[in-house]
Design a protein around this ligand. Sequence first.
Ligand code: AP5
Ligand code: MG
Ligand code: ZN
Length: 215
Amino acid sequence: MKLILLGPPGAGKGTQAQMLMEKFSIPQISTGDILRSAVKNATPMGVKAREYMDAGALVPDDVVVGIVRERLQQADCANGFILDGFPRTVPQADALKDTLSELSLELDAVISLEVDTEALVARLTGRRTCSTCGKGYHVDFDPPSKEGVCDACGGNLVQRDDDREETIRKRLEVYREQTAPLVDYYLRGGLLAEVDGMAGIDEVGRQILSVLGAR
Ligand code: AP5
Ligand code: MG
Ligand code: ZN
């Protein structure tokens, strides 16, 4: 299964990718996670990317295209992958098309998760992530059994640096301007499957699986 999860910040891309990864035993490729790990390790790429991420802006196309190109060539991607948060601009989508054709890989579907703006803000302000294993939670919609502690590994739950309200608004604006055109891009390519992302986490997961089964 070779998939793209498309959707605004907070739509549930990472949440649903965790489910799909287990279901199909394929890797999740989250450019956001890869960039955050580079920031944490203060690599040259991370130092450069940090400024853009803290401002809620997109990291330059050549940087993320390079990351994904390299990742897709690894052996574990041959049977499938979930692209989470990439592509995010038309030039990124064009670059992905070229890379996939060089590797003789073909996408099965682009899942577009649709969620209202106010719900996105509520999801992002309440999001918590395990600092050890990366598992995601929400203080109201998906709480851990013990506040601040990861159910899976006992790690500390933390808030992302870019989940402050003013940065969230900026990220949503960047999505509308630079990423939303990809909905039409993949609709024209016949790959788009729209899923109502406003339902609960499990229900959204069921809808995604049903859309994929229908293909
Ligand atoms: P990235 O990490 O990709 O962030 P994003 O796109 O802003 O998306 P999020 O991770 O915030 O949301 P999500 O859809 O994964 O939601 P989640 O499942 O966590 O990118 C971060 C930054 O990196 C960018 O701003 C940019 O600077 C840079 N970057 C990354 N990729 C790039 C690229 N390709 N090009 C250029 N720059 C790039 O869910 C959110 C919360 O809601 C959680 O708490 C969850 O528990 C909860 N939730 C999920 N589903 C539901 C539901 N159905 N009902 C109720 N609550 C729910
Ligand atoms: Mg995410
Ligand atoms: Zn954990």
